[in-house]
Design a protein around this ligand. Structure first.
Ligand code: URA
Length: 211
């Protein structure tokens, strides 16, 4: 697993406003979208290109475009939806799949309760988006779910990560899967309720209100 922490003054500034408990939901949503665009710029650095002959108003030339197959963006429901809009602005030709995962409170297993994804992801570069990499349990399950469908290039984009979650990914993800994790910051630790500290609270609630 390769970790990339995006280091940029704009990201640091926006992240501080995002973390502030007095920031209202409307601003929070806009900031998540802006931060994910800045992260996506880094996260898409390895996309493969192909030649594309075009004519400018002045002369013919051979330009570059993203090579097929189309990249796939997969938000993990519910909080990952808050990152979809920013990702699609930067990668408008990508396809979007959806993955709903939650923990069974009795068995503690991760259950997939919703899935709208192609059965075959062979050769596709998948961008898995979820704002908070906390325990890492959901992300490990999501990565293996995508890998079972043939995905081998998976880039996870999260706003914040906890060291505990990153370690879990390192320990539990099958090393044959090429996983990159792009985050805006790695925080200090998880508390006893599995919240990231200092974090930003419950990302889903701050995006969409408490359900
Ligand atoms: N999910 C959140 O939304 N916040 C956390 O701090 C941890 C998990």
């Amino acid at each position: 697993m390769e970790l990339h922490v995006v280091s940029h003054p704009l990201v640091d500034h926006k992240l501080t406003v995002l973390r502030d408990k007095n920031t209202p939901s409307s601003t929070f949503r806009e900031l998540v979208s802006e931060i994910v665009m800045l992260e996506a710029y880094e996260a898409t650095r390895d996309l493969l290109l192909e030649d594309k002959p075009i004519e400018t108003p002045v002369a013919p030339m051979v330009g570059k475009r993203i090579a097929p197959p189309r990249p796939m963006i997969v938000p993990i429901l519910r909080a990952g939806l808050g990152m979809l809009d920013g990702m699609m602005k930067l990668l408008p030709t990508a396809e979007v799949g959806f993955l709903g995962m939650k923990r069974d409170e009795e068995t503690l297993d991760i259950i997939t309760y919703a899935n709208r994804l192609p059965d075959d992801l062979t050769g596709r570069h998948v961008f898995l988006v979820d704002p908070m990499l906390a325990t890492g349990g959901t992300l490990v399950a999501a990565i293996h779910y995508l890998a079972e469908r043939g995905a081998r290039e998976i880039t996870c984009i999260d706003v914040l990560a906890a060291p505990e979650g990153l370690k879990r990914l390192e320990d539990e993800v099958n090393p044959d899967i090429n996983v990159r994790v792009v985050v805006a910051a790695v925080d200090d630790h998880l508390n006893d309720k599995a919240y990231i500290v200092p974090g930003l609270g419950d990302a889903g609630d701050r995006l969409y209100g408490v359900v």
